[in-house]
Ligand binder design. Structure first.
Ligand SMILES: Cc1cc2nc3c(=O)[nH]c(=O)nc-3n(C[C@H](O)[C@H](O)[C@H](O)COP(=O)(O)O)c2cc1C
Length: 173
C-alpha cells in the first residue's frame, strides 16, 4: 500500500549552504540555501534556487555574483537564523556574529567560519516557480588547508528527514 505525500519531504536529507551576496563595502547579506547543486563540471557550474521575494534575490539579480559558503554542522543555529530572517530587516552578519572577509574576485564577502567557498558569476537565470534558478560559474574555489591535509574532519550541516509527512497538493491535470 502506498499513500500520497508531499514530494519535497522525500528529497531530504539536503545539505545546507550559506550563500553570500552584495558588496562587502556597502551592503552584503547571507541566505541559508538547501536547493543548491553542481550542474556541470566543464565549465564548473552550480545551480541555486533563490526565492524571488528574498533580499538576496535583489542583490544577486543586481550584482550577478554570489558565493556558496560551506558551513560545518556547528553553525546550524546560525544557518537557521539566516534562513528565518531577512536582510530587508536585519544585518545578519551583525546578528549572528559571523565574520565577513573579502573574497578573491567577487564583491560579496565570504563567511570566514565556513570551511569552503565557491565564488560564482551568474551565467543564467531560469524562472522556475516561486524561485529563480541562478546558474553560477565557479571562478574561485578554496577551503581550509587543515581539511585538505586531513588534520580536520568536518560534519557538513544538513537537514534530516522530516518527522511530519504532509498530504500533497498536486494540481489536477
Ligand atoms: C535550512 C534552510 C534552507 C533554505 N533553503 C532555501 C533555498 O534553497 N532557497 C530559498 O530561496 N530559500 C531557502 N530558505 C529560506 C531563506 O533562507 C529565507 O527565506 C531567508 O529569510 C531569506 O533571506 P533574505 O531575505 O535575507 O535573502 C531556507 C531556509 C532554511 C532555514
Amino acid at each position: 500500500m502506498k499513500t500520497d505525500v508531499e514530494y519535497l519531504e522525500f528529497m531530504w536529507p539536503m545539505r545546507h549552504f550559506l550563500i553570500t551576496c552584495g558588496d562587502i563595502e556597502t551592503k552584503s547579506n547571507i541566505i541559508a540555501v538547501s536547493f543548491c547543486m553542481p550542474v556541470s563540471k566543464e565549465p564548473p557550474l552550480i545551480a541555486c534556487a533563490i526565492g524571488r521575494r528574498t533580499y538576496s534575490y535583489k542583490l544577486i539579480e543586481s550584482a550577478k555574483e554570489l558565493i556558496v559558503n560551506v558551513p560545518p554542522k556547528e553553525l546550524k543555529a546560525k544557518i537557521y537564523y539566516c534562513g528565518f530572517n531577512s536582510g530587508f530587516q536585519v544585518d545578519k552578519f551583525k546578528e549572528t556574529g559571523l565574520t565577513p572577509r573579502p573574497a578573491r574576485k567577487v564583491k560579496a564577502p565570504i563567511v570566514d567560519e565556513c570551511i569552503a567557498h565557491m565564488e560564482c558569476k551568474v551565467r543564467q537565470e531560469i524562472e522556475t516557480g516561486d524561485k529563480i534558478l541562478f546558474i553560477g560559474e565557479v571562478i574561485e574555489a578554496y577551503a581550509d588547508e587543515a581539511l585538505l591535509k586531513g588534520e580536520r574532519k568536518v560534519e557538513y550541516a544538513k537537514g534530516d528527514f522530516p518527522r511530519k509527512i504532509y498530504a500533497t497538493r498536486f494540481k489536477s491535470s
